[in-house]
Design a protein around this ligand. Structure first.
Ligand code: ZN
Length: 254
């Protein structure tokens, strides 16, 4: 007898039901499936300890951050048990680094380095420039709280840098504070002819993004003799980096 499509479909459903039943039967009355279960790493529950922080060199920390960024770029972030980490973190914090980033919503700093609760300090200001409050926060992170790496991280297509390049008159629009911020980025904009000096010139924008990061790194050393000394003694590294929004990769500058 020739099977109709309905008969074939019914047979297939019954076969599937039987194999599912077999799969659950193996573990007895609890019916726990033992097959076709993907092996997943248990969520990380621990946080950075004082011993772990003390035992790492600045270069080891930078290596850890680079590996974390690879994970992010590969869409392979570590699974974390935030409830457990939160409970542990109430005792204290021993972060390994501070990252100064732009406020841009497309730069999720902890994710970019595959990090979680208690791993890093994050300071954010549009255009990732330093001021007394930011440098003070860095002194706290390094000299007081034991972090050994300071990263100034710019990013591609930064709006604050673009407005600094185009010399947007924020003050004239009633935003004196924004104007002060843009004025802080302007020294990173090299003199150029009017045509090249434009936020539409991607190559020029990228050049200013790197300049701005390097200037900020130099300014931090100038403004904090404490951190400059720590760096000279090998206890701290202050480095620049640029995050590429398209690839998710962080390029560490020399
Ligand atoms: Zn930005």
């Amino acid at each position: 007898m020739k099977k109709t499509p309905l008969v074939i479909a019914t047979t297939m459903i019954m076969a599937m039901a039987t194999s599912c039943k077999d799969m659950y039967k193996k573990d007895g009355p609890n019916e726990t499936p033992t097959e076709a279960v993907a092996v997943q790493a248990a969520p990380v529950q621990s946080i950075m300890t004082a011993e772990e922080q003390a035992g790492m060199t600045p270069d080891e920390i930078i290596g850890r951050l680079k590996k974390g960024n690879e994970n992010f770029a590969m869409n392979n972030l570590t699974t974390r048990d935030h409830s457990a980490q939160r409970r542990l973190a109430t005792i204290g914090q021993y972060p390994k680094a501070l990252v100064l980033s732009c406020v841009d919503s497309r730069v999720p700093v902890e994710d970019v380095f595959d990090l979680g609760i208690g791993d890093i300090f994050v300071a954010r200001v549009a255009g990732n420039i330093e001021n007394a409050d930011i440098v003070g926060s860095m002194e706290f992170a390094s000299a007081v709280a034991g972090s050994k790496v300071i990263i100034v991280m710019g990013h591609s297509a930064c709006g604050a840098v673009k407005h600094a390049i185009d010399a947007t008159d924020a003050g004239g629009m009633g935003m004196a504070s924004l104007q002060m911020l843009l004025d802080g980025i302007k020294p990173a904009v090299p003199a150029q002819d009017a045509e090249a000096k434009s936020s539409k010139n991607t190559e020029f924008v990228n050049e200013v993004i790197v300049n701005n990061v390097q200037r900020t790194v130099a300014d931090i050393r100038d403004q904090s003799p404490t951190m400059a000394t720590m760096e000279a003694e090998g206890k701290l590294k202050i480095i620049g980096a640029v995050y590429d929004m398209e690839s998710g990769k962080v390029d560490f500058l020399n």
